[in-house]
Design a protein around this ligand. Structure first.
Ligand code: FES
Ligand code: FES
Length: 196
């Protein structure tokens, strides 16, 4: 049997807690405050970009990603954030007509460029043919990946019409659907391409 009794254990633990409480509590707080005061201000840049056809000028911190600006500052929350590290495609938007991961692209890099998000697809109250096809093919399930799928499909149809099944698969390869509804998404894009 161990030589440690409940009484000795509590006695030692109490002494340890008391010792730990005396040292850092007196120094950590003021030190952190001093560090924060000395910290360099975060660099900021004034940028102008076109978002869904509208010119937007704003000051951004150089560390902000494009998806942060879209969602948190321009309130365009149709663009989703899944992994926030360039792996799932939920944040896909078009930059000068080509699909990019907005979570992995700094807002300052978008200065002077044209950004299109899912909010820009419908025009004058009419859905984009891709959106119509997504509905007809029951493509969205939970819907989390849908805006990213739409924007990658849009980039494909901006480049080509009458695409092949393999071409659609390749174009959507960077957009993960956790509901595994890939076949419906692919069928919808194929149908939309034939209508374009
Ligand atoms: S949130 Fe950007 S790739 Fe996943
Ligand atoms: S529809 Fe649910 S993640 Fe794709």
């Amino acid at each position: 049997m161990s030589g440690i009794t409940r009484r000795s254990f509590l006695g030692r633990s109490g002494a340890g807690i008391a010792a730990a409480a005396t040292v850092p509590a007196l120094t950590v707080g003021p030190q952190r405050k001093a560090d924060a005061q000395q910290r360099e201000p975060v660099p900021q840049t004034r940028i102008t970009l076109t978002v869904n056809g509208e010119t937007r000028a704003l000051t951004v911190e150089d560390r902000w990603t494009l998806v942060e600006v879209l969602r948190d500052h321009l309130r365009l929350t149709g663009t989703r954030v899944g992994c926030d590290r360039g792996e799932c495609g939920a944040c896909t938007v078009l930059l000068d007509g080509r699909n990019i991961y907005a979570c992995s692209y700094l807002a300052v890099w978008a200065d002077g460029k044209d950004v299109e998000t899912v909010e820009g697809l419908a025009r004058n109250g009419a859905l984009d043919p891709l959106q119509e096809a997504f509905i007809e093919h029951d493509a969205p399930q939970c819907g989390f990946c849908t805006s990213g799928q739409l924007m990658s499909a849009k980039a494909l149809l901006n480049e080509r019409t009458n695409v092949t099944e393999a071409g659609v698969r390749e174009a959507l390869a960077g957009n993960i659907c956790r509901c595994s509804n890939f076949l419906n998404y692919q069928a919808a894009v194929l149908a939309a391409s034939r209508r374009a």
